[in-house]
Write a protein that binds this ligand. Structure first.
Ligand code: NAD
Ligand code: 3DD
Length: 467
């Protein structure tokens, strides 16, 4: 079969959980029903690079139901749920993903998801963090300037990517120009992936149109906040089953994800401190009754550290050298560069003990002075590395937006820039989820619509929505 998964015999279990998920993903199911007849994605090849979970399997089946030919890989080496991948493979959709991939395997899976049986690439891409988009862009750069592929990578992962691209260049020179020329567009799931797209667009390097799904309100103000509120402590508890009440927790970054994380830890009755660079977010944390300080200030007392910035070098090796004995360090940001794992491993005399394997990675690092810290998911996003990520309902909001974005790319000839989805669609996604809570909207009268200066049928919040 044109797939690579851990264990196909898990397909039945995956199917059972997919059936459960369909009842908890009302928006995605409604979008699927609305467009199943029209099949707006008919004849289109779609590649996905997005955590291969039960919820993503529902998205994949929706895209297939709308007519697409789909191939899929995960966007993280630890986030695949093997029974979800098995269920998708069992119905004949090519998927290349398993929990605990090596970096070489991960990038080979991404390449295979981008390569259809006739050797062609996708018409459209669903990306989460931008790795599929990056592989195409670096491939094109290498075809324009072969020295780009023979340079020294800045990390182990870059070396893996460059080695893969050199192999492809040898096998099929000009492959990536052909692939890039056929891509109609990419819909990007997450904050960090959007940052990458915006930088490429600003530098005039964007090779195809992009839709910023993350900044639909019904994505980032739900998935990033309420999804992390649900799944952060799930990951920490599955990793170490530690009591969080009364502990000093440090959340680095108080954006959407950080807000969800802080609330989750407060719900566990931890004492939460936030670190921030942005005065507005810092002030929000103060107004939420949280202490705002720095990582350095918290080192003598911090018990649990969570990075949620989308930035790099947040928790350094020097920080971890000075942490309390038995401190717990984890990341929930998209990439694994928020915690300096490579430099931690290079500390002279460090002793590394694996507590749990790739099912829920937990490592103990013991320093020469005898104190130890615990690192979860090898510094990769802990909610998907040590738990199952966000629940169905929250991902229904995100993936309703993803599906609508893919339909937009299919129907419109977009320019090579980064688009938002219109506010009307955002409110429609919200509407599709209200019935699940027996919520009833109030009807706006024409007089009231005129009074606040909106159309009777919406959109309603004229200004940018701020949490
Ligand atoms: P955001 O931009 O809303 O928030 C990031 C915050 O970090 C900002 O307030 C920023 O001021 C702050 N920050 C940046 N550098 C900092 C530093 N050096 N020290 C302290 N604070 C700093 O982004 P977000 O939507 O909250 O996403 C954060 C990360 O989480 C991104 O990588 C995103 O892709 C990822 N994400 C992960 C999940 C998940 O399920 N694991 C879900 C959604 C998003
Ligand atoms: N993400 C969190 N939980 C997820 C799940 N159960 N399935 C798929 C993806 C999941 C990550 C998303 O929050 C993604 O939108 C992001 O990283 O922003």
């Amino acid at each position: 079969m044109d797939c690579k998964v851990k264990d196909l015999s898990l397909a039945d279990f995956g199917r059972k959980e997919l059936d459960i998920a369909s009842h908890e993903m009302p928006g995605l199911m409604a979008v699927r029903r609305r467009y199943a007849g029209e099949k707006p994605l008919k004849g289109l090849k779609i590649t996905g690079s997005l955590h291969m979970t039960i919820q993503t399997a529902c998205l994949i089946e929706t895209l297939a139901e709308l007519g697409a030919q789909v191939r899929w890989a995960s966007c993280n080496i630890f986030s695949t749920q093997d029974h979800a991948a098995a269920a998708i493979a069992a119905r004949g959709i090519p998927v290349f993903a398993w929990k605990g991939e090596t970096l070489e395997e991960y990038w080979d899976c991404t390449y295979r998801a981008l390569t259809f049986p006739d050797g062609s690439g996708p018409d459209q891409i669903v990306d989460d963090g931008g790795d599929a988009t990056l592989l195409i862009h670096w491939g094109v750069k290498g075809e324009e300037d072969p020295s780009f592929l023979t340079r020294k990578g800045e990390s182990e992962e870059e070396e893996v990517i460059l080695a893969l691209l050199r192999r492809v260049a040898e096998k099929d020179p000009g492959h990536w120009h052909k692939v890039a020329s056929h891509v109609r567009g990419v819909s990007e799931e997450t904050t960090t992936g959007v940052h990458r797209l915006i930088r490429m667009a600003e530098n005039g390097e964007l090779l195809f149109p992009a839709i910023n799904v993350n900044d639909s309100v019904t994505k980032s103000k739900f998935d990033n906040i309420y999804g992390c509120r649900h799944s952060l402590t799930d990951g920490i508890k599955r990793a170490l089953d530690v009591l969080l009440a009364g502990k000093e927790a440090v959340v680095c970054g108080y954006g959407d994800v950080g807000k969800g994380c802080a609330e989750a830890l407060l719900n566990e009755r931890a004492r939460v401190t936030v670190t921030e660079i942005d005065p507005i977010c810092a002030l929000q944390a103060c107004m939420a009754g949280l202490r705002v300080s720095t990582v350095e200030d918290m080192l003598p007392v911090g018990d649990v550290y969570v990075t949620a910035t989308g930035n790099c070098h947040i928790i350094t090796a020097e920080h971890m050298m000075k942490m309390k004995d038995q401190a717990i360090v984890c990341n929930i940001g998209h990439f694994d560069n928020e915690i300096e794992v490579a430099r931690l491993k290079a500390v002279p005399g460090i002793k590394i003990t694996s507590i749990k394997g790739s099912e829920c990675p937990v490592q103990k690092f013991t320093f020469p002075d005898g104190h130890s810290i615990y690192l979860l998911a090898e510094g990769r996003l802990v909610n998907l590395g040590c738990a199952t990520g966000h629940p169905n309902f929250v991902m229904s909001c995100s993936f309703s937006n993803q599906t609508l974005a893919q339909i937009k790319i299919a129907k419109e000839n977009l320019e090579k820039k980064v688009y938002f989805l219109p506010k009307e669609l955002d409110e429609e996604v919200a509407r599709l989820h209200l019935a699940h809570f027996n919520a009833r909207l109030t009807e706006l009268t024409q007089e009231q619509a005129d009074y606040i200066g909106v159309r009777k049928e919406g959109p309603y919040k004229a200004e940018n929505y701020r949490y």
